[in-house]
Ligand binder design. Sequence first.
Ligand code: GCO
Length: 254
Amino acid sequence: MSLFDLTGRTALITGSSGGLGFAMARGLAQSGAQIIIHGRNGDKLEAARGILSKEGHHVLTTSFDITDEAAIEQALAALSADGVTIDILVNNAGMQLRRPLLELKRDQWDTVINTNLTSTFLLGRNVARQMIERGKGGKIINIGSLMSSVARPTVGAYTASKGGVRLLTQSMAAEWAEHNIQTNAIGPGYMITEMTQPLVDDPKFNDWIVGRTPSKRWGVPEDLVGTVVYLASPASSYVNGQIIYVDGGMLAVL
Ligand code: GCO
């Protein structure tokens, strides 16, 4: 199954000391990739590194503010100085802010857009520059959401940011595919993570999700592993600008 073998490749996954990012990092490592996990909380990052190292994986760590252009440049320069090249980038780090638009403040809007969308542009651009200079192509996988395509009340900034991630993914594909860089997105459905735990704990919302989802369950982070390995591997060499929804069928039905 060399189509899905990532041996010899290095993957950077942002926001990977827990949740979806950690599950995707572990899955990429299990497929042979050297992984660079990323997070802002040093203790959580070190704990994640310890778990993955104990499982026999080769793990590097990096910590930088994904919204800070200078910090991104410094982090990528440090990795290059250590001889680390990034073959696979997973732009996963993000945030949620549940507020009706009428009550949303400008700085709250900016924070969500910067964290979820602008960061994907900044890191994607800088890693693509390195990939193009190296001339060996690469994989960029942006993490969207169901909200890349549909909306619900109280998550307007998040929805706008994730809709932007979908079209930014297509724009990256439009400009970088000729360099053998495949840029695609994953749209996770309602998955049980720290970010959605308040929704899981809300009996009314929980009942709605289970009823509204054809698979009749919440997703778990491990449900993303197959798709991220596919998009990170030679198996998807002719796939570009797509978003794959991993949502239990929610978007497919009314
Ligand atoms: C919400 C949730 C969703 C999920 C996910 C669904 O408040 O509706 O946070 O946005 O996190 O993005 O795909």
